[in-house]
Design a protein around this ligand. Structure first.
Ligand code: TYM
Length: 326
């Protein structure tokens, strides 16, 4: 099992429900590798001191959410050099056409028109390298990353066809509810760490008052009926958030709020989210005060990852014909 989050800012509740929350149940059953994707993060300009701080904060968030370093390898992507090395080989198995058709590349090119760098286009190939290095069967992600995991599959199949069985062909693992949380201000957009509108995203670090205020201001509609449907994207999104945080289905959430007005509904969603976030925030704060412990976890994780990554890369180098001595 492989997945990662970029340390490119404070995490949103979308990152939690779409990714991290779903990893928790997996760690008992699977051999898990969860990375902090700092190499992906620099495809958009980062302030160096901020990137370092966000990396450490993300490590603390992983632990505070309940990932157990005894059960899974938690590490920083740039600590394991094989990611960049395999990416280079996989670049020769990826067509410029398919990379330029990736939705995220097109979106980010528009958003950062002054910095459409090669890394931005190579982002999904580096992601394929991440996944394929660990021979992962499953990749738990949110809906927005499905296309990238599909590209990783295509690259793996292409390589295997040319050189014989080398990589596992990974599958995206996407939960029905919570895999695509929308902006609270414009449900046509996904909730994102980097939205300029401060009320669009709820961050894992937001205190109770802020969480309540953001949900109170969330965009809904004028008919005051709490039910999910395509023409009620704001309300549907809030129902999705609620169900993901309570652990019920959207249909069950609809029943809970039958006959209740939006004011009441928004208050309940806010309280539910704030209740889940409070203990995570307290634990994250406690962990951030123990730098030596966090560094130890990341070092141990990188060592575990390195062993597997080295084995896969050396197999790949042999297959493609790199001379490795007698
Ligand atoms: P990042 O940091 O952009 O997103 C991390 C995870 O959060 C999910 N996500 C969401 N889920 C539901 N609703 C949302 N609004 C929302 N926003 C984000 C993303 O789908 C993702 O699962 N490229 C990856 C990081 C990565 C990776 C990998 C993932 C690097 N290498 C290898 C899997 C395998 C990303 O999107 O990060």
């Amino acid at each position: 099992m492989y997945s990662a989050v970029q340390p490119s800012g404070n995490l949103t509740i979308g990152n939690y429900t779409g990714a991290i929350r779903n990893w928790l149940a997996m760690q008992d059953e699977y051999d898990c590798f969860f990375a902090i994707a700092d190499m992906h993060a620099i495809t958009v300009r980062q302030e160096p001191a901020e990137l370092r701080r966000h990396t450490l904060e993300l490590a603390a968030t992983y632990l505070a959410c309940g990932l157990d370093p005894q059960k899974c390898a938690l590490y920083v992507q740039s600590h394991v050099p094989q990611h960049a090395e395999l990416c280079w080989v996989l670049n020769t198995f990826t067509y410029v056409g398919e990379a330029s058709r990736m939705t995220q590349f097109k979106d980010k090119s528009q958003k950062h028109a002054d910095n459409i760098n090669m890394g931005l286009m190579d982002y999904p190939v580096l992601m394929a390298a991440d996944i394929l290095l660990y021979l992962a069967d499953y990749v738990p992600v949110g809906v927005d990353q499905k296309q990238h995991v599909e590209l990783a599959r295509d690259i793996a199949i292409r390589f295997n066809n040319r050189y014989g069985e080398t990589f596992r062909v990974p599958e995206p693992l996407i939960k029905r509810d919570g895999a695509s949380i929308r902006s609270l201000q414009d449900p046509a957009k996904k909730m994102s760490k980097s939205d300029e509108n401060p009320n669009a995203a709820v961050f894992l670090t937001d205190d109770r008052d802020t969480v309540m205020r953001k949900f109170k201001r969330a965009v809904t509609d004028s008919d005051n009926r709490v039910c999910a449907s395509e023409d009620k994207p704001g309300v549907t999104n809030l129902l999705t958030v609620y169900s993901a945080f309570v652990g019920c289905t959207v249909e069950e959430a609809e029943k809970t709020f039958e006959g209740r007005g939006y004011g009441d509904f928004k208050l309940a969603v806010g309280e539910t989210v704030a209740d889940v976030l409070a203990p995570i925030q307290a634990e994250q704060k406690r962990l951030l005060a123990d730098r030596a412990y966090l560094d130890g976890v990341l070092k141990g994780g990188a060592e575990r990852a390195y062993k597997v990554a080295r084995r896969t890369l050396s197999k790949v180098y042999r297959k493609v014909g790199f001379y490795q001595g007698d």
